[in-house]
Design a binder for this molecule. Sequence first.
Ligand code: HEC
Length: 223
Amino acid sequence: MKIIFYSIIILLCLITACKHEPELVQLGGNSTDTTHTVVPVQNDSVCFNTQILPLITASCAQSGCHDAITKEEGLTLNSYNGIMNMGTSDLVKYITTSSSKRMPPPPQPKMDTASINLIKRWIAEGAKNRNCNPSNCDTTNVAYTTHIAPVMNTYCKGCHNTSNLGGGVNLDNYLSTKTNTLTGKMICAITANGCAIMPKGGPSLSSCNIRKIQIWAANNCPQ
Ligand code: HEC
């Protein structure tokens, strides 16, 4: 058994060793900023509508900042054009800087590294307005870690974390996401069913993401 296992590992290592290294692009910034990591370029793998816009809206287009009404410093960051008007190099600067000009503004936490890297990858791929419509909706064994946390991180966390508690609701960890789901608040909000409509200021979640959350709630929110 062990021999087969090790042979597979060795085979996998050999296969990956043959792959060509992806072209690397260094995106602006100063050398002391460790978040300016090198991002491998992949061809058009990032979807603007499902991966980038919701992330930027939740972090930067909050009410009172860069939403369509407030337009802090003339910037509206809830559309492709709005983001392109500011420019992608400024975008990277604002989300990675350690100064007080960082977005989202302190004391809110910095955008997480995975999200920053995703935005950099999108820019490295040409910052295209690429829209994706996922055709298959994975609703097998819906659990927090695999299905729900990624949706919360992209669409909700920017406005619902310990230092930015929109409506007193925290969606940056399992327990409080579960609590806010079991009270019925979550589904009420994402299905525009009498509560404040969420994500606030953005388009509603896809029917696939809504279905995942509904199934998760019906199964008592497995972790
Ligand atoms: C741009 C900021 C923003 C984003 C993004 C956002 N919210 Fe909210 N949310 C708020 C604010 C602010 C409130 C308080 C009510 C209000 O001002 O409308 C709120 C309220 C809520 C409430 C309480 C509703 C009620 O009536 O009690 C829930 C539940 C909620 N949000 C869930 C979510 C979920 C789930 C997502 C992601 C799919 C999300 N929010 C995305 C800002 C946001």
